[in-house]
Design a protein around this ligand. Structure first.
Ligand code: HEC
Ligand code: HEC
Length: 355
């Protein structure tokens, strides 16, 4: 044996010097739990259809976006490389938000497969526009483990958005196909094509729904803050966020709030933390209040605010005032930290872990 090792030495040396950069090939996705209840033959049909239209993690395709051309394929390949280096440890190679680090994180990294995104400009229940994902990736999600990737170049961000969308659409397609075949005895490729059209339609519809403020942003004064506080106390905000914005309410502390679509416990934001996840800019805060936060218990206040457009900016002024309090040197009385602990220990989604 020593001779054969000696003959390998130059190759081993080369690997050590050059390094082994090639990521291992990942040839399959983690199944959506929904698939488990289907007969094996249908599961095979769905997997084959998905392989054809969405590829594998290492060789992705995105037929939901359209038949790919060489340029789109090249971008997806670049997106995959960036994702594999910078995102996979949290969001997982299947985009299920269950990468190796995910179990230790609160909030959990996004499971893209549901097609639900939080920090969007189209309003509750809608799909994001591309720019929403670009913004989140560049800006990060303050107060969570989602880093800011502002050092990536624009084409790199666009490419990784392509890859995130490929994972998202594959997940949506898998779920839709499983749903459509619940009471079928055979896989039907025609149903597959219809599912693609349906998902495409949902995304297309949302592209026209970007909303802008109902009135121009005023220069905030103490009157805006006082009016915002009054609205905060009377319009239901305090019920979840607490009168002082810290979220020290029974529902919040008792772990009663849940992100329904992801099945993970959550809590109403501590608005005094100084770290607004959706961004600290007045327009970002406006959008969170007016459009709600998709997938979470934070409701949209679109209808209430349409009756009273000024109230929207008053609330923004108050939220920003509360959010800046600690920076201004004020120390709110210490409160319970229990919710973070209970939430962390139960933050595993129901059955989305690979087996
Ligand atoms: C250290 C863990 C971590 C890494 C690395 C990471 N993310 Fe995230 N990501 C998160 C967490 C946690 C959230 C959820 C934040 C929340 O729910 O408020 C998130 C959310 C997101 C969202 C959803 C935003 C929304 O509006 O719902 C996108 C898109 C995203 N990440 C993309 C990426 C991309 C692309 C990369 C790599 C370039 C990446 N992430 C790397 C942890 C991470
Ligand atoms: C049913 C409970 C509930 C009510 C009512 C509610 N919120 Fe929220 N709110 C939440 C939750 C939960 C979050 C955290 C969402 C997330 O990031 O997961 C949140 C987040 C926010 C954020 C975003 C904070 C950030 O990190 O960017 C703002 C701003 C906000 N709420 C303001 C308001 C205002 C103003 C009102 C009243 C007009 C209100 N909320 C009413 C539950 C609620």
């Amino acid at each position: 044996m020593p001779t054969s090792i000696r003959s390998l030495a130059p190759i081993l040396g080369l690997v050590l010097v050059v390094g082994c950069h090639k990521a291992p090939e990942i040839t399959s996705f983690v199944d959506n739990p929904q698939m488990k209840s289907l007969p094996a033959e249908i599961q095979d049909g769905i997997r084959k259809f998905l392989l054809e239209h969405s590829g594998t993690p290492s060789h992705p395709r995105n037929y939901v976006e359209g038949v790919p051309d060489t340029k789109a394929e090249r971008r997806l390949e670049l997106g995959k490389q960036i994702y594999t280096r910078r995102c996979v440890q949290c969001h997982g190679s299947s985009g299920d938000g269950a990468g190796p680090q995910a179990a230790y994180l609160y909030p959990r990294p996004r499971d893209y497969r549901k097609g639900i995104f939080k920090f969007i400009t189209t309003g509750y229940g809608n799909k994001p526009v591309r720019d929403d994902l670009v913004r989140t990736i560049k800006q990060g999600v303050s107060g969570t483990s989602m880093p800011s990737f502002h050092l990536l170049k624009d084409p790199e961000v666009q490419a990784v958005v392509d890859y995130v969308l490929a994972l998202t659409h594959r997940g949506e397609l898998e779920y839709q196909l499983a749903l459509d075949h619940e009471s079928e005895s055979k896989f039907d490729p025609e149903v597959g094509k219809e599912a693609i059209t349906l998902i495409k339609g949902r995304w297309a519809e949302s592209q026209g729904l970007v909303f802008n403020p109902l009135s121009p942003q005023p220069v905030f004064t103490s009157e805006h803050i006082a009016a915002g506080k009054a609205a905060f106390l009377t319009k239901g905000c305090a019920k979840c966020h607490g009168e002082d914005g810290r979220g020290q309410t029974p529902d919040n502390l008792g772990g009663k709030l849940v992100d329904k679509d992801w099945g993970t416990p959550t809590r109403a934001a501590d608005l005094t933390s100084g770290m607004l996840r959706g961004g600290q800019q007045p327009l970002a805060v406006y959008r969170r209040i007016y459009g709600g936060i998709n997938g979470t218990p934070m409701p949209e206040f679109r209808r209430e605010l349409a009756q009273d457009p000024e109230m929207a900016w008053n609330l923004v002024a108050y939220v920003l005032h509360v959010s800046g309090r600690r920076r201004a040197g004020e120390q709110p009385p210490s409160g319970s930290i229990a919710p973070y602990i209970t939430t962390l220990s139960t933050a595993q989604p129901k059955s989305d872990q690979p087996e």
